[in-house]
Design a protein around this ligand. Structure first.
Ligand code: G4P
Length: 530
């Protein structure tokens, strides 16, 4: 098959949701459709258990298993589908943000009863900022939930999306009869009392046809007619261009657990979702159809076996064909590198691959040379953008608990930060190191891994910081900036890239600082430069 066809048939995406909305179940159902797994439950085992707050060993173990499932690939109707797994646990949200730099589109799963939840809001915001095309799947329709129109409103209001329903539920919970597929003008009904079997969708383009009353009952038929009429009036109709530009989000309803509406979602997905997209590098826009290889590291996974400190770096191919044993340029270090055993991923396994195409993910064994965000090319000095750090929510000083092992401690911290486990700040005033994380869980993970993988010990001390603000002065030589640095001296630090960061202790302080020093901009992500 030729190169362009390979690109066109790829769909690389992520599923995002608040924990428990049904991401794992939906993933599994998609894999079942693709014939990639034989039974339900296969993906479930990789899920970090709910309520796990201190059992980091278990979490690490499960993360270990999930190496194979970090990318789940399957073929459906000749489309090569790559699902990039995003951890549901909120303490690993940074991981999810980074994975979102490697997807071409996303599916957002929402629980019909719970509506839009905080984690969904955060993740969708990131996708919105980057104009990533999004499909919304409203799940668990077999349960009593919110009114469908109220939910659509909520999605618009809370997530800032512009929605277009592609399907609409007929009844809900106990009365859930099925779904009207607006897109294909088909009626999909449950058959049987236990709501486990589904009829194949029957064409039903004219809802005024009295046949509808016979099939779903008069009341339900009337309601459906009114609802579809309202949808026609109120919502924009589907427009693929707007969807691809991130300006319109199609919404589907269904029940992942009962396999209802999943096939419709998948069929629509392969039809409308984008194949690998051009990606911005600092230097220029790189088109996926370019023949020379480019790619970037979006995730690094530590080996679970402490005796082997190698790691798996996940590379998203942006353009060109990745070939085993071909020499590539590791742009940051300027070194030529070759990979003798690159891995490709499938649903339940990974295997050595000879070549990969744009949209694919390749896993490379790494002994500590790669960092998140690193770029590979055939010689061009390119740096892909878009792996920003967000402000951590927790901050602690790191103290060395074993003075004989300080070298190990700093090396360990350095490498864990390269993996993106947490962020490291060095205080300007006294050089003390501060670790910032999204969740408290990371501190235990770091402590444990420092000890087991690097033989170093650390303790923590709380730092009363609220947010890390990346500082951008209009004029670094202005009196205002000099005054800012003098007054805030105790709270200034450098991140790992050497950028200046202000560790503010409250929202109030941020406000006050912005008022007092209007020419000193405070940003909440590390990537604020154009
Ligand atoms: P997550 O990955 O987003 O965290 O969610 P997951 O798929 O694990 O689903 C969370 C719970 O919701 C699971 O139940 C799952 O079975 C259930 N679920 C998913 N889709 C549907 C649906 O369409 N209808 C209904 N009624 N339930 C659904 P659990 O009891 O927490 O786990 P389990 O014991 O079933 O594994």
């Amino acid at each position: 098959m030729d190169f362009l066809k390979e690109i066109e048939r790829r769909r690389t995406f992520g599923i995002i949701s608040h924990p428990d909305a049904g991401k794992t179940t939906l993933t599994e159902k998609l894999l079942l459709f693709g014939g990639a797994i034989q039974e339900a439950g296969a993906v479930k085992n990789n899920k970090i258990k709910k309520g796990a707050t201190s059992d980091f060993m278990e979490i690490e173990r499960q993360r270990g298993i999930s190496v194979a499932t970090s990318v789940l690939a399957f073929i459906y109707k000749d489309k090569k589908i790559n699902i990039l797994d995003t951890p549901g646990h909120k303490d690993f949200a940074e991981d999810t943000f980074r994975t979102l730099t490697a997807v071409d589109s996303v599916i957002v799963v929402i629980d019909v009863a719970k509506g839009v939840e905080p984690q969904t809001e955060k993740l969708v915001e990131v996708c919105r900022m980057r104009s990533i095309p999004m499909l919304v799947f409203i799940n668990k329709l077999d349960r009593e939930g919110k009114d469908a129109f109220d939910l659509l409103d909520e999605v618009e209001q809370k997530l800032g999306l512009r929605v277009t329903p592609m399907s609409f539920p007929i009844g809900m919970g106990y009365d859930f009869k099925g779904i009207y597929n607006i897109w294909e003008k088909k009626l999909n009904l449950f058959s049987g009392d236990n709501k486990t079997s589904i009829s194949e969708g029957v064409e039903f383009s004219d809802l005024s046809n009295p046949e509808l009353d016979k099939i779903i009952g008069e009341t339900a038929a009337d309601t459906l007619r009114e609802e579809i009429e309202l949808i026609d009036e109120v919502y924009p109709s589907f427009n693929q261009e707007e969807y691809l530009e991130g300006k319109l989000q199609p919404v589907f309803f269904g029940s992942a657990l009962n396999n209802f509406g999943v096939k419709e979602l998948l069929e629509a997905f392969i039809e409308i979702a984008p194949s690998p997209q051009p990606k911005k590098a600092e230097e220029r826009l790189v088109d996926s159809k370019e023949e020379k290889l480019t790619g970037f590291v979006f995730k690094i996974h530590a080996n679970m076996d402490p005796k082997h400190r190698d790691r798996l770096a996940f590379i998203k191919i942006v353009s060109g064909t990745f070939k085993r044993n071909a020499p590539y340029l590791h742009v940051r270090t300027g070194k030529k590198v070759k990979f003798s055993s690159p891995n490709a991923f499938f649903a339940e396994r990974k295997e050595i691959v000879e070549e990969s195409f744009p949209g694919d993910i390749v896993g490379i064994h790494d002994t500590g040379n790669f960092k998140i965000g690193d770029t590979l090319t055939e010689g061009e000095a390119l740096n892909f953008k878009g792996i920003p750090s967000f402000s951590p929510e927790h901050f602690r000083y790191v103290n060395n608990a074993d003075p004989m092992k300080s070298k190990q401690l700093y090396k360990g911290l350095d490498q864990l930060m390269d993996e993106g486990v947490a962020q490291l700040f060095t205080l300007d005033m006294n050089g003390r190191r501060v670790v910032g994380t999204v969740g408290a869980l990371q501190y235990e993970v770091i402590q444990y891994r420092l000890e087991h993988e690097y033989g170093a010990k650390c303790t923590y001390e709380n730092l009363a910081a609220h947010k890390a603000c990346w500082v951008e002065p209009e004029n670094p030589k202005s009196d205002e900036f000099i005054d800012f640095k003098r007054v805030k001296q105790r709270y200034l630090a450098k991140d790992k890239q050497g950028q200046l960061v202000f560790l503010a202790d409250s929202e109030f302080t941020i406000q006050m600082t912005q008022n007092k020093y209007p020419s000193v901009k405070l940003h909440f992500t590390s990537e604020f430069k154009k």
